[in-house]
Write a protein that binds this ligand. Structure first.
Ligand SMILES: *Cc1c(COP(=O)(O)O)cnc(C)c1O
Length: 393
C-alpha cells in the first residue's frame, strides 16, 4: 500500500486527495478544450475581427453550457473570477441598487457571504444571522420568522462546505418571493453535484465557481434573473462595460471555456457520479465507525452532499492528526479559515466546543477517488488516531 499509484494523475502519486470541497483538479477533458485558447485562438472576445469572433463564439457556447446546467437563460449568466466575486457583486450590488435596511443570512455561511454581510453591517445595514440546529439544518420557519417590513435581501447557501448539509432553498425562495424579497443562493458546493434549477428554486441570484467542479481556479459565474422579477445590480467593477455592464474587464477566455465544458460534463454524469461517490462515502464511514471508538459525525446524514464527511475524533487535535498522515490531504474544519487557528465558525454554530471543533476533520470525496484510496485512508486514520490517543495518556 505504500506505493499506491493513483492512475489518472501521475503528479498525485503516493498522495491521496480527500479535499474535493476545497478545490478539485481540472478534468483532463476540460483541459483539452481549454488548451488551444492560450497560444492559438487567443483573441479578445470584444475585438471586431476573426480572432475576436472566434473567442466570442467559444464564450457563447460556454455561456449556454453553464446556463443549461442550472436551468437559466444564457443572458442570465455573468462570468466572474469565482464564487467570492459573484457573491460580492450579488450582495453589494443589491444593497446599492435597492432600498431597504434588513438582510437575512446564516451563521453557517461561507466566509465569502459572512464577511460581505459583516461589511454591509458596517455600512449601516442590519443583518440577522440565523442559527442552525444541532444537526446543522436551518428551517423555513426560522427564515419566515426573521422577515421584517424592511427586509430586502435573503442570502442562504444551497449546501454547506464544511458539514455538507443541504438546505431547503426552494422553501426559502418561496418565503422570499411571497414577501417581495430578493433571494441569493451560494451554490458553490451544489452546482454540478446535485440538481440545481433556478426556476424551481425561486432564486434571483446564484453564485458558483469553476474550481469546485473540475474547471480551473479563477473563473466562476453569477446567475442574475432577467424576468419575474428582473433583478437590478449596481456593478462593483467599472470599465469597458463587459458582461452587460455588470462586470467590466476582459474575460478569462480559457477559464470560461473550461467552466462551460465542466458544466456540460456534470450535466451528463452527475447522477452516476453521485451514486459512485455515495458508495465510497459509505465505505469510508462504515470503515471508520466499525473500527474506532470516540468518533462523532457532525451534521445530519439525511440531507447531505454525497461526498462530504465531517467527524470529531475525541481526544485528538486535528492539526496534529493531519500532520501525522503525510500521504493524505484532508481538511480540519474549513480550508478557508485554516490559515488562522480559529476553530471553525460552522462547527461552533452547531454547538461544538472549541476543543471538539479542534478535533474535527472534513473528508471530501470526488471524481477521481477510488475504493482502494478509501481503504488506505480508513486504515491510516485508525492508526494515527490510536497512536495520538495513546501518546497523550
Ligand atoms: C469555495 C466556496 C466559495 C468561494 O469560491 P471561490 O471560487 O474560491 O471564490 C464560496 N462559497 C462556498 C460554499 C464555497 O465552497
Amino acid at each position: 500500500m505504500e506505493t499506491l499509484f493513483i492512475g489518472k494523475f501521475p503528479a498525485m502519486k503516493k498522495r491521496i486527495y480527500l479535499d474535493y470541497q476545497a478545490t478539485t483538479p481540472v478534468d483532463s477533458r476540460v483541459f483539452e478544450v481549454m488548451k488551444s485558447h492560450f497560444c492559438e485562438h487567443f483573441g479578445n472576445p470584444a475585438s471586431r475581427h476573426e480572432f475576436g469572433w472566434e473567442a466570442e463564439n467559444a464564450i457563447a457556447t460556454a455561456r449556454k453550457q453553464t446556463a443549461d446546467l442550472i436551468g437559466a437563460g444564457a443572458k442570465e449568466i455573468i462570468f466572474t473570477s469565482g464564487a467570492t466575486e459573484s457573491i460580492n457583486l450579488a450582495l453589494k450590488g443589491i444593497a446599492e441598487a435597492y432600498s431597504g435596511k434588513h438582510i437575512i443570512t446564516a451563521m453557517t455561511e461561507h466566509k465569502a457571504v459572512f464577511d460581505v454581510c459583516k461589511t454591509l453591517e458596517k455600512r449601516g445595514f442590519e443583518i440577522t444571522f440565523l442559527k442552525p440546529n444541532r444537526d446543522g439544518q436551518i428551517s423555513p420557519k426560522q427564515v419566515e420568522e426573521a422577515v421584517r417590513e424592511d427586509t430586502f435581501l435573503i442570502s442562504l447557501m444551497h449546501a454547506n462546505n464544511e458539514i455538507g448539509t443541504i438546505y431547503p432553498v426552494a422553501e426559502f425562495g418561496k418565503i422570499a418571493h411571497k414577501n417581495d424579497i430578493i433571494f441569493h443562493v451560494d451554490a458553490a458546493q451544489t452546482v454540478g453535484k446535485i440538481p440545481v434549477n433556478v426556476a424551481n428554486m425561486n432564486v434571483d441570484l446564484l453564485s458558483f465557481s469553476g474550481h469546485k467542479i473540475y474547471a480551473p481556479k479563477g473563473v466562476g459565474a453569477l446567475f442574475v434573473r432577467r424576468k419575474n422579477p428582473r433583478i437590478r445590480l449596481a456593478p462593483q467593477i467599472h470599465g469597458g462595460g463587459h458582461e452587460r455592464g455588470l462586470r467590466s474587464g476582459t474575460l478569462n477566455v480559457p477559464g470560461v471555456i473550461g467552466l462551460g465544458k465542466a458544466c456540460e460534463i456534470c450535466a451528463v454524469e452527475m447522477q452516476t457520479e453521485a451514486t459512485r461517490i455515495a458508495k465510497l462515502r459509505k465505505q469510508l464511514l462504515d470503515g471508520i465507525l466499525s473500527n474506532m471508538e470516540g468518533v462523532a459525525i457532525n451534521g445530519t446524514m439525511e440531507n447531505r452532499l454525497d461526498g462530504n464527511l465531517n467527524l470529531t475524533f475525541y481526544g485528538v487535535d486535528s492539526e496534529t492528526l493531519i500532520l501525522s498522515m503525510k500521504e493524505i490531504a484532508v481538511s480540519s474544519g474549513s480550508a478557508c479559515t485554516s490559515a488562522t487557528i480559529e476553530p471553525s465558525h460552522v462547527l461552533k454554530a452547531l454547538g461544538l466546543s472549541n476543543l471538539q471543533a479542534r478535533s474535527s476533520l472534513r473528508l471530501s470525496i470526488g471524481r477521481m477517488t477510488t475504493a482502494d484510496e478509501i481503504d488506505f485512508v480508513t486504515q491510516q486514520i485508525e492508526n494515527a488516531v490510536n497512536r495520538l490517543r495513546h501518546r497523550k495518556h
